[in-house]
Every structure is written in C-alpha cells, then in structure tokens.
Design a protein around this ligand. Structure first.
Ligand code: PMP
Length: 376
C-alpha cells in the first residue's frame, strides 16, 4: 500500500475498511458509540424521549412538515412492502416504473398483494421518461404510481419531480422509493407532493442498517382510515403504528433500541451539517468520482448526465475485469466496492459515495481505482 495515497483511508481498528458499497456506509464514532451504551428498556421514558427526537429529526431529513412520519425497525424492503399494504387492495391497478432490480422488487411485492401491475420498463442505465408516463396515465386509471428515485442496481436516477407531478395530475397516488436518495440528493417531501417516500438508515443517512423512515401524506392516511378493514398486515399496517409515533410512551412492538439510538445521532449529525450542505457535498464527491472513473478509461453505466445519481455510480469495466478490480481495491487499497447484480457481476462495479464520505476519501478512491484498473 502506498503511504501517501492511503492517508485518506480509515486506519485499522478505527473505522475498518473504507466502505464504498452502495450501503451500508462507514459510521462516525458518535454513531458507533451510541450503540454501545448500556441497554435501556423500550418502555423507559428516557428512551421514549429519544425516540420522539428521532421522529422529529426524521421529519427534517425529509422536509416533511405537513405529512405523517414513521420510523420502524426493519430493512428497506419492509418500507417497500408497507407502501404497498398502505395502498393496494387485491385487484387494484398500479403503474410501476421498472428501472432495475429494486424497482422490479416493487413490482413483485405489488403482485404478492394482489395488485394488477402495469410496467414501464427502461433500458439498463436509462431512467423513466415522464412523457411516456403521462401517455400511459392518460390511457388508463391507476391507483398508484411506484417509482424508485435511485435504482441502486442500475445506478439510474429518476426525475421524481416530473413523475410525481404526472401521477398527481392523473389523480393517482405517488410512491417514491428513496432508499438510495434521501439525505444524499434533493428530495423535499412537502414540495414534492408524493404520498409515500421512504428510506433505509444504511445509505445517505450514515446510520447502521435496520431501521426505515417513511413519510406519508395526510391524504393517504385519510384514505387508509376509510379502508381500515382491508389493510393486509399487522406489523405492516401504518395505522397501528400511528399512535406510537405521536407518543412513544406506549407499546406496539419492541424496537431495535440501539439502532434507534444510533439513528438519532446520525440524524443529529445530518442536521448539524445541514441538508442542503449534505446534498452539495454528495454532488461534489460524485463529480470527482465520475470524472476519475472516466479518466481511468472506464465507462459510466448511466450515459445521460441528468440520469446520474449523486449517491451511487455504476462502472462498466473492460473484459469482465470487475471481480479483479474489486479484489485489488479491497486487498491493496482497503476499499470495498460492489459488483453489478446478477448477469452484470463480471462487467460492472457499483460504487456508493454517500453518508460521511469526504473529499479526501473520494480523491483516494479515484487514485486507487486508476491503479487497480491498470492492474496495480
Ligand atoms: N430500494 C433500493 C433503491 C435499495 O437500494 C434497496 C437496498 N439496496 C432496497 C430498496 C431494499 O433495502 P434493504 O436491502 O434494506 O431491504
């Protein structure tokens, strides 16, 4: 390992490997310490106060001042499923924008709950076209439109402002999977006007995996009240969680206390940095990384600049070299990146650049990637 170049990498025993997989991310010392406090009971009044603070800070992270805010124990897939149980009754027609593996998971969950799903499929690395969505919505009535803001498999970023607008103009509900975006790029729940936006804690929020944050419009919650009896799910029924979010001194289900405590610190750190500043930092680092990749002679999976995400970047490697580059980055430079999913496993790398990533670490990645691509 080269001394100077490696200066930006975390020291052994400090933060471990420089995690640049598309989640989870390296955690700050404050977040890590939050998880090693003595256990408190989930009914402890001090814990209830801490949890109320988590919900308050979650609202700030989404810019959600008008809607409802939920924070639950579970992974991003739980939030996806809750979005479906909140909306879908068997036989409902929904439109899903299928821009990759995670968007496709949304299709499958919808089908599992009996929805009749129509899809708009895009080429890999291309985001959904709002004009095509408008035409589709004009031709038929859909209960909801499901869009993945950043599909972590294809690393494509969808134009959610336009897409949500089209959905609402056609009186459909709008659901945004923000797992790979919330905290890392512009998303303002109040102004967006979507009915559900959710994320997981392990990506741009720089908290450990295991909690989900879900913003829900007033309109949708009122609709849910009206169809109370047809909501499929118990843990997956937001109406059951509502009073706990408003006053966590009661009991609904035992939360992952330490993960919530860690999330609180991560959200405080986000609040201190400021949401706009965090978006700007993500954009600046993403630009450094994209330029570095192209400079090293590799291609970006997302060709169209406007479709690129500031949280994750897909790289086409030459001649099936993805596993080799991944191994060299890990063994020689102490950086962990992910391969493409499924059939893209040998030709594609995915680099997460969110959470606490600094400019020095982005520079270090670029330098290391250039060397690893050249077989050094
Ligand atoms: N949606 C997107 C966009 C994701 O990237 C992921 C996970 N990478 C999920 C949903 C599912 O989240 P989880 O793995 O936490 O269940």
């Amino acid at each position: 390992m080269e001394e100077a170049a490696n200066a930006a990498a975390p020291k052994e025993g400090e933060a471990g490997r420089l995690l640049m997989v598309p989640g989870p991310t390296n955690l700050s010392m404050g977040v890590r310490k939050a998880m090693s406090q003595p256990q408190v009971g989930h009914m402890d009044l001090d814990y209830a106060k801490e949890f109320s603070e988590v919900v308050r800070l979650a609202r700030k992270a989404f810019r959600n001042s008008n809607g409802h805010q939920f924070v639950l124990t579970g992974s991003g897939t739980l939030a996806m499923e809750i979005a479906v149980t909140s909306i879908v009754s068997p036989g409902d027609k929904v439109l899903a924008l299928n821009t990759g593996y995670f968007a496709n998971r949304m299709v499958e969950i919808n089908k599992a709950y009996g929805a009749s799903v129509e899809e708009i499929r895009t080429e890999f690395g291309v985001s959904a076209n709002p004009d095509e969505i408008r035409r589709k919505l004009a031709a038929g009535k859909f209960k909801a439109v499901f869009v993945t803001h950043v599909d972590t498999s294809s690393t494509t970023c969808n134009a959610i402002k336009e897409i949500v607008k089209e959905a609402k103009n056609s009186s459909s509900l709008a659901v945004v999977d923000g797992v790979c975006s919330v905290g890392g790029l512009e998303l303002d729940f109040d102004r967006l006007g979507a009915d559900v936006v959710f994320t997981g804690s392990q990506k741009a929020l720089a908290a450990p995996p295991g909690t989900v944050l879900i913003a829900v419009s007033r309109e949708l919650l009122e609709q849910m009240e009206r169809r109370k009896d047809s909501i499929r799910g118990y843990y997956l029924n937001l109406l059951r969680w509502k009073s706990y979010m408003d006053d966590p001194r009661g009991y609904f289900a035992t939360p992952a206390v330490q993960l919530m405590q860690a999330l609180k610190v991560a959200l405080q750190e986000l609040d201190e940095e400021g949401l706009d500043a965090r978006w700007r930092r993500h954009h600046a680092n993403a630009e450094i990384i994209r330029e570095g990749i192209v400079g090293a002679g590799s291609g970006l999976v997302v060709k169209e600049r406007a479709h690129r995400a500031d949280t994750v970047t897909g790289i086409w490697t030459k001649d099936g070299a993805a596993p080799d580059i991944q191994r060299v980055l890990r063994d020689r430079y102490n950086i962990d990146v992910a391969k493409g999913l499924g059939e893209n496993g040998t030709t594609m790398l995915r680099v997460g650049h969110f959470g606490n990533l600094t400019k020095e670490q982005a520079d270090y990645f670029v330098d290391s990637f250039a060397k690893a691509s050249a077989g050094r």
